[in-house]
Ligand binder design. Structure first.
Ligand code: 15L
Length: 272
């Protein structure tokens, strides 16, 4: 049987770097694409390293050849100018999806973000958590681009029958500590992120899905039900890091309750 070939865009980014060692499997080749240089293959590591942009149709066309599944992490990961956001995140995702369609890649996972709904409040979902399919309330141009990415994924499923799952990622870092108190609710541990991606790849005929990417944090305000329905079982909880945080700052009014946190007040269109 042929190896499974998994294409990951944005492979040298924060999440991509965390996923590379975690998504290695016997019988799987990781095809890793990024604009930035990537570490060379380790002995025995089944990787194919590609350099190029997700906005380049030719690059994406050859990257998608003989690919069984695609995880699209590439693009701008925070606020930037409207022009750059439009080009890289929205245009780039269109280019990626179109190349995947052309190459008949059957399974695509898209990295969306909590910032697609950053102006929702953390208590909206009650004890079940905010539903994963809450309609967009973006907090930035970046958040707008993530909502557009979700819509593109839905379109490519409906028009072309591709299985597309868009993940509204909370905060995927090694630990929730750099994010302070907010991270204790939004954290997606790297190991849980890998578990979630494996579930997205393994599930049978998901169609189009919109799910949250979050660990089973004690302070979680996002619903896990939609991801669990795909077979995701999180094992981590950011609460174990709580004692290491400095005393939490005093509440600063309603903004503290917004899903997007500091993104909700960051200047629009300013690269930060
Ligand atoms: C995101 O979408 C960003 O890519 C990431 O850098 C974090 O800021 C994260 O959201 C977050 O909300 O913590």
């Amino acid at each position: 049987m042929n190896d499974q070939r998994l294409l990951i865009t944005g492979a040298a980014g924060t999440v991509g770097t965390l996923m590379r060692p975690r998504l290695r499997r016997p019988g799987r080749v990781l095809r890793l694409l990024d604009l930035a240089p990537q570490p060379a293959a380790e002995p025995g590591e089944a990787v194919e390293l590609l350099t190029g942009s997700v906005t380049d149709a030719e690059v994406m066309k050859s990257a998608c050849q003989d690919v069984d599944a695609l995880i699209h992490l590439g693009g701008l990961s925070r606020e930037d100018t409207w022009e750059a956001t439009l080009d890289v995140n929205i245009g780039g995702t269109h280019t990626v999806l179109d190349a995947a369609r052309e190459a008949q890649v059957p399974r695509v996972v898209l990295a969306s973000s909590n910032h697609a709904v950053g102006f929702r409040t953390t208590d909206e979902g009650g004890s079940d958590g905010l539903p994963a399919d809450s309609s967009p309330r973006p907090d930035t141009y970046y958040g707008v681009s993530k909502a557009a990415i979700e819509a593109l994924g839905s379109l490519y499923h409906s028009r072309f029958g591709m299985d597309v799952t868009a993940i509204r990622i909370g905060s995927c870092f090694e630990t929730p500590l750099p994010l302070g108190e907010r991270g204790l609710s939004t954290w997606l541990s790297p190991d849980d992120c890998a578990r979630l991606l494996e579930a997205c790849l393994a599930t049978t005929s998901p169609g189009y899905r919109l799910i949250w990417g979050v660990s089973d944090n004690a302070r979680r305000t996002f619903s896990l039900a939609e991801a669990e329905a795909l077979g995701y079982t999180p094992r981590d909880d950011a609460e174990v890091y709580a004692p290491r945080l400095a005393a939490p700052p005093a509440p600063d009014g309603t903004l503290a309750e917004l899903v997007g946190g500091s993104f909700c007040t960051a200047p629009l269109g300013r690269h930060n």
